[in-house]
Design a binder for this molecule. Structure first.
Ligand code: SF4
Length: 708
């Protein structure tokens, strides 16, 4: 038996784990009590790491498709073949003809954050896509507009706040998102134990709402109206106090003017939250010394996600809770992603160009997923002809899955860097499967920047990869060398790249980072982290403004022009505040044992009651003749799906909830466990054209559905 101290790379929480192995077998995975951040916590997904490693469906060598037949091939042959195909497309149609798509797991993977970016960004294509535009894009846009850098997203100082307001967030299921915080249950309980409060606003009484001191149902897609009313109340009642940041902000008067028309009474009609409750929220938040307003996925993925994400930051600033202990704070990560992203060309920017067909804006060098299928399917100059996907399954995770599948079938060439033959990669011509998560090292380069404490931890691989396996970064290095380096000396350059590896980049970045070497100080380095296998606690978050701001004038912009210009759209929508009395709108939901589409091939995580169900309020069920355990058809203009019904008052009237990431019943995949628990893909019926027009983000929340 051997004992390894490591980190779970499956989600943002980065829990410390102890992996016990015997030979090449994982015997157990448990929480690491000595990890200073997670202190022994682990969720069910973490315990399944061994299942993923041993999963017989996980691909272990490159595969090439001929019709519906897959044939294994050698690594060098695969690299040469892929490079030749991509080069041919590029020569014939130009750089934009090759698209790239990256899924969420890329953000948890040091190799893909370094060498993956090197490959994908060096292709010089405008057709870059990722899960960002189905997820956190509005927060990043708000960070760019308000603080001057898209990575500067502040997080709740959870361990010191006395009031946490969660809007469209369910951290008990996610363990924090853009708020790296293992064991949310304990952290929320600690707020309450010290006399503080947790308030949740959500169209569903979520797991977090269940443990909160107060839960208010809010109608989907109306968060921006609620937040404007809170800002209105803060100004009207003289509750605005910028505090230390007063001299480091601009736009207060513009924000006052912008919020003036949005009274709590008007917001009450729109949101379903009473005017008194809105006033109470504003007053309680403003008068609690240590308080944080936290908004997450429900805030982002809706028709007015851009406005809502901006207002979350603005309200924290107006009440003196920005950059103060117990409020919304910035981290001091050991590997500072701000300069690194700049180096990789991921330095922010918005609407510098627009998509070819629907004219949607670029953000951070990427186009939104809402235009992905049409950019493949629409002929003309700049049409996508080839695609590289990396750690993603957009057929299940992006609205308009069937249209995307049809589009993928028309590609001249597609290669997927992915361990599974799944609903997306089955359309690839070649799959390049990386070694398992336990065969690679881990340092959470991106997500430590959103941790509620400053922490740093490096974990070596639990298993050395076999001679016939390749790390994902090795795959990217091999393709980069073949696609972007001159033939002469290419082999040597590739060997040098691989010798330096992600660890070489990590070491340099740590030494150059805020905790690194300074004159007369021995700071952090990779060697120091290697000597601390449980990780290092670098202390609580500290105030970082104005130094951290990216705007040239070093000011927080409370009222960026793009948001002021978008307010008339919101006003038009709610000109006559209407409460829909008929019809239903849909929201998603997350489960602790699920992570988008890719944790469904392990029995441990899918066993038990069916989770891909339609949640519906008893009164809405009754008028439609639906009963608990029966079957409902959910239809939109894009199609329909049938799901088991769960009747429950945990969703508000007028709202139904269906989780995403299911729909594993498609032919031609190799996911035997997932197939047996297939469920339906809600993205088969979600309309990709329903977006936040400002940011281009998919509006996954608040689409109208017919249920029968
Ligand atoms: S919360 Fe679960 S999935 Fe996320 S890092 Fe911790 S153990 Fe892994």
């Amino acid at each position: 038996m051997a004992t390894h101290y490591s980190s779970c790379p499956l989600c943002e929480a980065s829990c410390g784990i102890v992996v016990e192995t015997e030979g090449d077998q994982v015997k157990s995975v448990r929480g690491d009590d000595a990890d200073p951040f997670s202190a022994g916590y682990i969720c069910p997904k973490g315990t399944a790491l061994g299942d993923l490693h041993h999963d017989p469906d996980r691909l272990r060598q490159p595969m090439r498709r001929d019709g519906e037949t897959w044939t294994p091939m050698g690594w060098d042959d695969a690299f040469d073949y892929v490079a030749a195909q991509l080069t041919a497309v590029r020569k014939l149609h130009g750089a934009d003809a090759i698209a790239v798509y990256q899924g969420n797991p890329a953000a948890h993977n040091l190799g893909l954050l370094t060498f993956g970016q090197l490959l994908l960004r060096s292709l010089g294509t405008r057709n870059a896509y990722s899960a960002t535009s189905n997820d956190q894009l509005p927060h990043m846009l708000a960070a760019l507009q308000v603080f001057g850098n898209q990575i500067l997203m502040p997080v709740p100082d959870l361990d010191r706040c006395d009031l946490l307001i969660c809007l469209g967030a369910n951290p008990l299921a996610s363990n924090g998102s853009i708020m790296t915080a293992p064991d949310m249950r304990a952290r929320l309980a600690q707020i309450q134990a010290r006399g503080g409060k947790v308030i949740v606003l959500d169209p569903r009484r979520t797991e977090t709402a269940d443990r909160a001191d107060q839960h208010l149902f809010i109608r989907p897609g109306t968060d921006a109206v609620l937040l404007l009313a809170i800002a209105h109340e803060l100004f009207a009642e003289g509750l605005v106090k910028l505090g230390r940041l007063a001299q480091h902000t601009r736009g207060e008067a513009d924000l006052r003017r912008a919020s003036a028309p949005w009274s709590p009474e008007h917001a009450a009609e729109v949101t379903g939250i009473s005017a008194d409750e809105i006033r109470g929220l504003a007053r309680t938040f403003a008068t609690t010394k240590r308080a944080a307003l936290y908004g997450r996925i429900g805030v982002c993925t809706q028709e007015f996600g851009g406005l809502a994400a901006w207002l979350v930051y603005a309200i924290n600033a107006l009440t003196g809770h920005l950059d103060e202990p117990g409020g919304l704070m910035f981290t001091t990560p050991a590997l500072d992603p701000v300069p690194v992203a700049k180096l990789l060309g991921y330095d922010g920017g918005f609407a510098r160009w627009h998509s070819r067909v629907s004219r949607r804006p670029e953000f951070g060098g990427e186009l939104p997923m809402s235009v992905f299928a049409e950019e493949i399917a629409t002929p003309g100059r700049g049409q996508i002809r080839a695609l590289i996907t990396c750690a993603g399954n957009p057929v299940l995770s992006s609205p308009g899955g069937p249209a995307l599948e049809t589009a993928l079938e028309g590609l001249e060439f597609m290669v997927s860097i992915d361990p599974y033959l799944n609903e997306t990669t089955r359309h690839a011509h070649v799959i390049l499967p990386p070694a398992s998560a336990l065969e690679r090292s881990h340092y959470d380069a991106a997500l430590n920047a959103f941790a509620v404490r400053n922490v740093a931890k490096y974990s070596p691989p639990v298993f050395e990869r076999g001679p016939d396996a390749r790390q994902d970064w090795e795959i990217c290095a091999a393709l980069f060398a073949r696609l972007r380096l001159p033939k002469l000396g290419r082999g040597l350059a590739e060997r040098l790249l691989i010798k330096f590896g992600p660890e070489g980049i990590l070491d340099v970045a740590l030494r150059a980072g805020p905790w690194g070497l300074r004159l007369g100080r021995k700071g952090l380095s990779l060697a120091k982290l290697e000597a601390a296998p449980h990780g290092l606690d670098l202390g609580p978050l500290t105030s970082r403004l104005p130094g951290r701001l990216g705007h040239r004038d070093r000011l927080v912009d409370l009222a960026p022009a793009i948001y002021l210009a978008d307010l008339p759209r919101l006003a038009r929508k709610w000109a006559q505040a209407s409460r829909p009395t008929t019809g239903l709108v849909m929201i998603g939901r997350r489960h602790l044992r699920s992570n988008n589409s890719w944790m469904h091939n392990t029995e441990r995580l899918v066993k038990g009651p069916v989770r891909c169900t339609l949640l519906i309020h008893p009164e809405d069920a009754a008028v439609r003749g639906l009963v608990d355990g029966g079957t409902a058809t959910v239809a939109t203009g894009r199609g329909k799906i049938s799901l088991p019904v769960e009747v429950s008052d945990e969703v508000m009237r007028g709202v139904v909830s269906v989780p995403h990431g299911w729909g594993h019943g498609r032919r031609g995949t190799r996911l035997r466990v997932a197939e047996a628990h297939a469920g339906e893909s809600v993205n088969d019926i979600l309309d990709p054209a329903f977006t936040d027009e400002l940011s281009g983000t998919s509006a996954l929340t608040g689409q109208s559905v017919e249920v029968s």
